[in-house]
Design a protein around this ligand. Structure first.
Ligand SMILES: Cc1cc2nc3c(=O)[nH]c(=O)nc-3n(C[C@H](O)[C@H](O)[C@H](O)COP(=O)(O)O)c2cc1C
Ligand code: SF4
Length: 458
């Protein structure tokens, strides 16, 4: 397929012919990536607060934009999670689900409510049933639902409806937010706590094992972490900037109806935009990583019962190569792809090693294609994370875990090729999936999207 040259550029191809070549490159560049062929490490179970995750492989959240207008899953959603469940990962981390109407990233984002939680129960039941059918009654993957408010990336009726806690120069400019655009009030943020609790209660009723209080990728709870200039109780000091996520976690932890939920968070540790716009960054001009505050927050969350954290970085709307290193995308980053993967793997490792009491889910593996399991095994062996997570791979190659655990391989003709077409679909039409490996469903959608672009351009 020929890619439209105006939007997509090649960032060089993944071209390691064998694992030796990859090893040589890692050594030559003196990277922190580790390799291991001891794949038994993936068979290790992880127990957190009585929840047993049956192996050390996870699927990362991948927003599919395929809900109906009320936020309920549709056939496309059920299909995706059935495939994922039949794939054999021990931890299935569901995609971003909105906690309120105005907080949706688009009109097709999942949104859990009092009226539709039974549809989410149907989804969770389907996941559990499909996994058991495939691997036997004794196999039960744990499910985490990702609760989110999209903040500056909210869209309602197809139009941007940014809800911002603070101005961020570079990010404002990128989506046309003017200097006088109003900030969300403290009262609005106070009221969000009840909405998160309500969403967590509904998630519990729907049968999910855990909830993720998402604070990454520039969405509302992520943005507040760097609200250095905001006045009032949610801005300024570290205590104020982290107050909202800590209050939400604490309230869910102590809520009777949420009892037994596995508490987790998907957390940015580095925004990769300069101070004072970014979190986890040095105050110098060159945007160095500074993990002091992220570590402090993780320790505080752990004290309040958050024992499972999925780490990530960056902002997919602004600098996507940081959180999903790619071979093809709409700009060419100023670093080799392997450096972007190395940053993720190494810094996740720094967190895991400093805070061993929390099980950390690692990221940065899909780009390694047919060698990704060796990289993941290397990370587990080295203690760089407790669980290896795959994002794009989970929609390209939904049974990757089965192939790793049962056959000791990842098949070349099934792996994600980091072409960014799923991301392009998400950005342009909301609905997305793997255009390359799930082409029967998603290639026609992708082609339609491209042809309507051509006609709009003409
Ligand atoms: C199309 C698409 C949708 C995504 N949706 C979510 C999401 O809902 N929540 C989230 O935390 N991350 C989301 N991500 C990020 C992935 O979970 C993951 O962090 C990223 O793809 C890097 O992992 P990988 O290299 O294994 O793909 C999404 C990524 C893509 C490409
Ligand atoms: S479209 Fe498929 S192959 Fe391309 S990046 Fe997305 S998941 Fe990977």
């Amino acid at each position: 397929m020929i890619l439209s040259k105006d939007t997509f550029r090649s960032n060089g191809n993944f071209n390691y012919k064998n694992i030796q070549k990859l090893k040589q490159e890692i050594n030559k560049l003196d990277l922190g990536i580790k390799l291991s062929d001891d794949l038994d490490v993936f068979k290790k179970t992880i127990t957190i607060d009585g929840h047993i995750i049956p192996n050390s492989l996870a699927t990362h959240p991948m927003e599919g934009g395929d809900s109906d207008e009320k936020g309920s899953p549709t056939e496309l959603t059920y299909r995706k999670y059935k495939k994922i469940a039949r794939g054999g990962s021990g931890l299935i981390w569901l995609e971003a689900v909105s906690i309120c109407k105005e907080g949706r990233s688009n009109d097709k984002q999942l949104w859990i409510t009092e009226d539709n939680w039974r549809d989410f129960k149907k989804l969770n039941d389907l996941i559990k049933k499909s996994a058991k059918e495939e691997f036997g009654e004794g196999f039960e993957p744990k499910t985490i639902i990702q609760l989110n408010h999209s903040g500056r990336y909210c869209k309602v009726n197809g139009k941007r409806n940014p809800i911002i806690a603070t101005h961020k120069r570079v990010l404002d400019e990128a989506i046309g937010i003017s200097e006088d655009y109003p900030l969300v009030t403290d009262e609005y943020l106070d009221n969000l706590i009840a909405k998160y609790i309500e969403a967590a209660r509904l998630s519990k009723k729907a049968g999910f094992d855990g909830v993720d209080i998402k604070a990454c990728h520039g969405y509302l709870l992520s943005e507040i972490l760097s609200a250095y200039d905001r006045k009032g109780k949610y801005g300024g000091s570290f205590e104020n900037r982290t107050k909202l996520i800590r209050d939400i976690v604490h309230k869910i932890k102590t809520d009777k109806e949420c009892k037994g939920l596995l508490l987790s968070s998907r957390l940015n540790i580095y925004d990769a935009v300069p101070y004072p716009d970014g979190w986890g960054v040095s105050k110098t001009e060159d945007i160095e990583i500074d993990l002091e505050e992220p570590k402090k927050l993780i320790r505080l969350l752990a004290n309040d019962g958050v024992k499972l954290i999925s780490i990530t970085m960056g902002n997919p709307y602004f600098i996507p190569h940081i959180n999903k290193p790619y071979d093809m995308g709409n700009y060419i980053p100023d670093e080799k792809v392997i450096f972007s993967c190395n940053r993720l793997i190494k810094e996740v490792g720094e967190i895991q090693k400093s805070i061993p009491e929390v099980s950390i889910v690692g990221v940065g593996y899909s780009w390694f294609r047919q060698f990704a399991h060796y990289v993941g095994a290397g990370s587990l062996k080295e203690g760089l994370c407790s669980i290896v997570g795959f994002g794009r791979e989970s929609i390209a190659y939904s049974d990757f875990a089965r192939d790793i655990l049962q056959n000791g391989e990842m098949k070349l003709n099934k792996v994600c090729i980091a072409c960014s077409k799923c991301s392009e679909m998400k950005a342009k039409i909301g609905t997305c999936g793997c255009v390359v490996r799930d082409s029967k469903i998603y290639l026609p959608m992708y082609k339609e999207m491209k042809s309507s672009e051509v006609s709009t351009n003409e």
